[in-house]
Write a protein that binds this ligand. Structure first.
Ligand SMILES: Cc1ncc(COP(=O)(O)O)c(C=O)c1O
Ligand SMILES: [Zn+2]
Length: 413
């Protein structure tokens, strides 16, 4: 049973019954799920959660889903890895990596797509769809296959080969659009009005977005029901960042945390698509849409739907923002891999490059407990690093050849 009360407009506060709707009919503001937190407080406990499944469904009390069994390939409960070697390189103290590359389709999007698709089944939809910068398409295609739904995923045609292949393999429709994500999104908004499909991030966006809260829940549970002092989150539409903040606050509201969380939230974007970071750096409230041009294609949303809310969350919590270059992204992907053994996609490079910048300028302090969210796997964006790494030596299969390579110091000590 769900503890959802209503859908409420984030702009004017008007309330709506639960339905596959996403904007307020009075002011066109985005809708958000509201819950009966008193009911949740009497239903949840740390023990009940600990006894739950090793997936996001251990937090079902805090999610807007009734459907049981929900759509489930095991999304969530990914490792929180202590990153001492990376911390030492960056001059930080207690640093953790939330390794969301370990999800069923190797990105955090599995968290949002399973919530949306579970809701889609409740509403009786037969077709799953989405507008995507790659990872969501991947996740929706896989989970639709698992749930027996047809799927139509819409992506910019210039996506990385890895993202197309890992989506198309599930056998649904992959529609490559000659345009950028903002063009894809506009088309999907039109299609959602014409076809009776569950567009997970259009007509089901209100529910979809709630899945990201589980990143905060898991982080707190894995830290022994404590919260970090500072988190670093990649920003595309801005939904993930705002929901991670909401997640920490909700845990306190329902009695799962002893102390009110004081989590500083910092955002990361690639310089080639940094409309939210630019507003923060210019101390402006206006997010000016941009035309994306960056290797971080998963974050290439030029007109971010939740950009203002992400900006506001960073400001209210005293976090920071950085817009990092493509070279910094590749260096950071390699740094994370070399120090911690975690191969992140370009979005992870954006996060670690931001962590590095904010550690260097003192925004993130060595006395803070820091969590960096690594949201997608490097195998999906091999293109970004393929020209930068390769064999340390190429030799014939003889001892002499190996000794020669070793002596010439081609090999690393
Ligand atoms: C790997 C990865 N990280 C982070 C994000 C950002 O998510 P949001 O659009 O909620 O800001 C995305 C979005 O596509 C993504 O693919
Ligand atoms: Zn409204």
């Amino acid at each position: 049973m769900t503890h959802v009360q209503s859908l409420r407009c984030r702009e004017c506060g008007r309330e709506y019954d639960v339905a596959p709707i996403f904007t307020c009919e009075w002011c066109f503001g985005p809708l958000e799920v509201t819950y009966d937190y008193d009911a949740i407080r009497s239903s949840v406990s740390r023990e009940k959660i600990a006894a739950g499944p090793l997936s996001i469904w251990r937090y079902q009390d805090l999610l807007p889903v009734e459907h049981n069994p929900a759509v489930d390939l095991g999304a969530g409960f990914t490792p929180l890895v202590r990153a001492d070697r990376l911390a030492a390189q960056l001059g930080l103290g207690e640093l953790w990596i939330k390794n969301d590359t370990m999800n069923p389709t190797n990105s955090f999007k599995d968290r949002v797509s399973v919530v949306a698709l579970s809701k889609a089944l409740e509403f009786g939809f037969k077709v799953a769809a989405c507008a995507s910068t790659g990872n969501l398409a991947n996740s929706v295609a896989a989970h639709a296959a698992h749930a027996g739904l047809r799927s139509f995923v819409f992506v910019p045609a210039n996506l990385e080969q890895g993202k197309i292949v890992t989506t198309a393999v599930y056998g649904g429709n992959v529609v490559a659009i000659d345009g950028n994500y903002d063009d894809v999104n506009r088309l999907c908004a039109e299609l959602a009005g014409m076809y009776p499909w569950a567009f997970v991030n259009v007509n089901l966006r209100t529910f979809y977005a709630e899945g990201s809260k589980t990143l905060a829940y898991e982080t707190a549970e894995q830290l022994g029901w404590q919260t970090p002092d500072h988190v670093v989150v990649p920003v595309a539409s801005g939904s993930l960042l705002t929901k991670i903040r909401k997640g920490f606050n909700e845990l306190y509201q329902v009695g799962l945390l002893d102390d009110e969380p004081q989590v500083r939230v910092s955002g990361s974007q690639a310089l080639g698509c940094s409309p939210v970071a630019a507003a923060w750096l210019n101390e402006s409230d206006t997010i000016k849409p941009v035309k994306p041009d960056t290797i971080a294609k998963s974050l290439a949303i030029g007109n971010p739907a939740d950009g203002y809310f992400a900006l506001d969350a960073v400001r209210q919590t005293g976090g920071g923002f950085a817009a990092v270059t493509d070279d910094e992204i590749v260096d950071a992907m390699r740094l994370l891999a070399e120090t911690e053994g975690i191969f992140a996609e370009t979005a992870g490079g954006v996060t670690i490059a931001t962590l590095k910048r904010l550690a260097a300028d003192g925004t993130i302090r060595p006395d803070e407990r820091v969590v960096a969210y690594i949201t997608g796997h490097g195998l999906k964006t091999l293109d970004a690093v393929v020209d930068h790494v390769g064999p340390t030596a190429s030799i014939s299969p003889t001892l002499d050849a190996f000794h020669a390579a070793f002596d010439s110091q081609d090999l690393l000590a």
